[in-house]
Write a protein that binds this ligand. Structure first.
Ligand code: SAM
Length: 198
C-alpha cells in the first residue's frame, strides 16, 4: 500500500469515516482481478479509499462512484487527484436514488445506506452485465445480525432487521446465484445472474 493510501485510511479511521475493512477489500480486489472487471460502479464513495484501491489494480479500469455528502465528495476528489487517478475515477455528487445511467458494468460495489440495499439492487440490476457481479458490504453489520433482539436502539434494530430481510430475499430470488461470506470483513455478499437452464 502506498504511503498516500495509508494516510487516507488513517485519516478516515481517525475521523470516523466508515471505509471497507482490510479483509473485505482484499476479497473485493481479488474478485476484480479474477474476473478481469474493467467497468465498475460504486455506490458510496466516502473519501475515495476503496475506489482508489480498485483503480490502482489496472490502468484500464474505469470507476463511477456516487456520494451525496459534499464534504466526503470534496475529500474524495482531492484524494483521487493526489493519486493522479482522475481519468479512471469519476465521482458523482448526488444521491444514489437520483443517479441515472444506461452504462453497463462488470462489477457493482454497493457500500452505502444498508437499509436501501434492496432498492439499490433493483435500481442498478439493469446496468449489470450478464456475466457481471454485484458485491454488497456489511452483510453481518458488525455481528449485530446474530443478536438482533438484544439491540436496544429501535432505529438500529430496524436497520439490522432490514439487512436480515435483504439476505433472505436474495437467498430466495431465483434470478441470482449468491455467495455469502459472513467471515470476511463485515460480511460480503456476491450476487451473479443465474445462468439460464440451471
Ligand atoms: C461506507 S461509506 C463508503 C466507503 C467506501 N466505499 C470505502 O470503502 O472507502 C458509505 C458512503 O455512502 C454515502 N451514502 C449513503 N447513502 C447515500 C445515498 N443515498 N446517496 C449517495 N451516497 C450515500 C455516505 O455518505 C458514505 O460516505
Amino acid at each position: 500500500m502506498s504511503l498516500e493510501i495509508e494516510n487516507i485510511k488513517e485519516k478516515a479511521l481517525k475521523e470516523g469515516v466508515p471505509i471497507i475493512k482490510d479483509e473485505g477489500l482484499a476479497f473485493l480486489l481479488n474478485l476484480i482481478r479474477e474476473r478481469n472487471c474493467k467497468d465498475i460502479l460504486e455506490l458510496g464513495t466516502a473519501v475515495g479509499y476503496s475506489a482508489i484501491h480498485m483503480a490502482k489494480l489496472d490502468k484500464d479500469i474505469r470507476i463511477d462512484t456516487i456520494e451525496k455528502v459534499k464534504e466526503m465528495y470534496e475529500q474524495a476528489v482531492a484524494n483521487i487527484e493526489k493519486e493522479g487517478l482522475e481519468k479512471q475515477i469519476t465521482v458523482h455528487f448526488c444521491p444514489i436514488e437520483e443517479y441515472e445511467t444506461d452504462k453497463m458494468y462488470d462489477l457493482i460495489f454497493v457500500d452505502a445506506a444498508k437499509a436501501q440495499y434492496g432498492r439499490y439492487m433493483e435500481k442498478f440490476l439493469p446496468n449489470l452485465q450478464k456475466d457481471g457481479v454485484m458485491v454488497f458490504d456489511n452483510m453481518i453489520f458488525h455481528g449485530l445480525i446474530y443478536d438482533v433482539e438484544n439491540i436496544t436502539s429501535r432505529n438500529l434494530r430496524n436497520l439490522v432487521r432490514k439487512i436480515i430481510k435483504f439476505r433472505e430475499f436474495v437467498h430466495n430470488d431465483e434470478r441470482f446465484d449468491i455467495m455469502l461470506f459472513d467471515n470476511i470483513g463485515d460480511g460480503i455478499l456476491v450476487l451473479t445472474w443465474r445462468k439460464s437452464g440451471t
